[in-house]
Design a protein around this ligand. Sequence first.
Ligand code: ANZ
Ligand code: ZN
Length: 861
Amino acid sequence: MEYSPSEIEKKWSKKWEEDSVFKSSNYVDGKPNYYLLEMFAYPSGKLHAGHLRNYTLGDAIARYKKMKGFNVLHPFGWDSFGLPAENAAIDHGAMPEEWTAKNIENMKRQLKLMGISYDWDREIATYKKEYYKFNQKFFIEMYKKGLVYKKKSYVNWCPDCNTVLANEQVEQGKCWRHGKTDVIQKELSQWYFKITKYAQELLDGHEELREGWPEQVLAMQKNWIGRSEGTSVEFNLNYNGENIPITVFTTRVDTLYGVTYVVLAPEHEIVEKVVLKEKPELKEQIDSMINEDKISREAADKEKTGVDTGLFVVNPVNNEKVPLYIGNYVLMDYGTGAVMAVPAHDERDYAFSKKYNLPIRQVIKGEDEKDGCAYTGKGTMINSEEFNGLSNVEAKEGIINKLVSLNKGEKKVNYRLHDWLISRQRYWGTPIPVIYDEEGNIYLEEEKNLPVELPTDINFKIKGNPITTSESFKHVVLPNGKLGRRETDTMDTFVDSSWYYLRYLDPKNPNIPFDKNDANSWTPVSQYIGGVEHAVMHLLYARFFHKVFCDLGYLSTNEPFKRLLTQGMVLANSYYSSKERKYLFEKDVELKNGKAYAKDTNEELVVKMEKMSKSKNNGLDPEELTKEYGVDAARLFTLFAAPPEKELEWNMNGVMGAYRFISRIYNIVEETGEILSKDYDDIDIEKRNKEDENLQRKVHKTIKKVTESMEDNFHFNTAIAATMELLNEISSYKQNVLDKSEKSSESNKIFKEAVVSMVLMISPFTPYIAEELWEKLGNKGYIYNAKWPEYIEKLTHSSEITMVIQVNGKLRSEMQVSANISKEEAEKLALENEKISQLIEGKTIVKVIVVPKKLVNVVIR
Ligand code: ANZ
Ligand code: ZN
């Protein structure tokens, strides 16, 4: 019988399903919980290689933990709201719901094919009303706690998505889904979650995550939250006899005597209230600043523009009057939207002051000052009244104290993090459970009316939000009997993914989202796996939700995910033809002597390793791939070719290698079926011969190595390499011992122990072949439920002894040898000993006397 993956895989897929092998319970007596979670999938329709990698990694861990005796929870679901379904509806007329359900069905089939051990009874899909109902419930509860509010402000707008975007969804000024589309600013009234209230808690939580999360992800979150310690300073604008305070935020209050003007963001309320009343002619210039994109306004190299308001403000410490400007480099949503400008010590202020001819006053004298730029280093205070002569660090404290006593300022902590804008002008998302009356007053939907269901009487062929075309949806009667209008914005899909890991605990409960006891015993999730691209969106939002849940009394743990593994990208070769620069599929390419040629034209192609993607035409379809070599080979290659967090270079030779490895195991078991199918009593260690001992030592060493590699952050590649070495030893033992009948009384038992351990150890990686061989080895149950093999420390060491070597009865040397060394072997080693071979060179050996385990005496003449 030859190894035939497709038959084996079909057979076990079916059995696993029929016997509900992967079904899990929330509680199993005596077993500790282990929650293994892979990021759920967007149902695009087909699995790609990135999915295959993510889920294979997760599956190997889940299966391993199960064998180690944990009660493993390993669920899966669908992040199934979002634009593509809606675009498909616009382009092809399919309803988003049908499109989504069909895609889920196909991907689920593919996942089952991949042998991933999901408990499908726990499957969830966020587009279902049974799920999004709870998004609405949380919205209402958060609103009541002051954690949701509506605010009019300038927001990011993607003209291609036709909706607003959260700050996290803008990358270098472009839409995260439309890399070429500039995000523009629109003034709109939008819904926000008050994530800023949790800024400090989110930072402090890093302490708990330090051990289990990649440093890089924590650094990205820290940076995004952007804690900054500074001072607020109140300047004073005297306008028509009225004193209007203008508060700035500064991290350099030591430079307060060097302020030569103050700058407002163009969106600052004073602009409308005062500036435009005085100088309406500035409106156009100010509006054009507002319309610049925020990201480039912040960039250091961006041209700074501003306008003089003609007004003056007063510096609280020296009562100096300085001009008030409006500048594009001041952002409304950081600090107070106003800055005190110190051109002598700040680069941006310096550039601005040069351009508009504003005075520069130095207040810190340093050693390494340079001409033509701001001095930003440390030094001694000058031009600063009573603070002159102090170091600027000392002066800072003094100036703060002075401001506090004048009641004009105080220490202040600021965060870059902004509230999370959650409303979207799209159809395919969770309806926001809010109604407005004719005056625009806000009413929350009553909980008993949830879910507010998505309507289906929709015309997708309009510009703008399709949901507004549903008459049935828009008009409602308020509790007071008056006519109301339903909110037509839907929620950001990141709301859905912020709590799905909790829903798996009780996925079908219609009354509550999840049970508190379950949440407390299953969170934080033991191990989470997904892409690093979610570092500041999903992973921050989910942490925020978890903390809100804690405050709302839903659970009492601090964090959602204890350990996080961010898997590396999958790369593959792209083939470029030089003339047309067009991409070619791998199947159109001929590989000869390490070079690539186009099959049709014979032209030599340029080969580049790039991120695997559809647009590069180098994508691979996991389903196609597995048809040829089997799922196990694809899985094994994926795990073996690179450590999980590193990039994985896809390589068909590697997949073939994995296939050959599996075939070899399969063949060995086939050929030795008679020995392996028997039951044996325990191995008697004393009766082993040298080969037995070597093989058994290798087996126990391998179990140790593989177990340690798994425990040490899942180094599958070293684990698999160790099993490959073991296979080599098993196969030479078979040839040299079993096939040649050089057996001891223990040889069959030791061989069986080796094969059984091997099969158990590969089962998390290549589950199909492992089940098949487990059955061939005469086992009744599933290997999925079997125990992980244990090693005996003593057996990992060789039991060596010291034998002395004599020449003509005189002690000349010693050697370390195996305790079961044969007489012939001992004689041979003694004669090969360096010292002995020198002594006996040119002499005649009369005889060699071997006293087992003691000595070798070489008699010469
Ligand atoms: C005066 C000053 C003098 C400043 C000096 C710096 C150097 P971080 O560290 O990021 O918190 N700033 C404050 N609010 C701003 C806003 N809305 N838009 C643009 N810039 C703003 O930076 C704080 C510094 O950034 C503040 O300290 C302020 O400039 C500026 F020699 O105040 B500084
Ligand atoms: Zn977009």
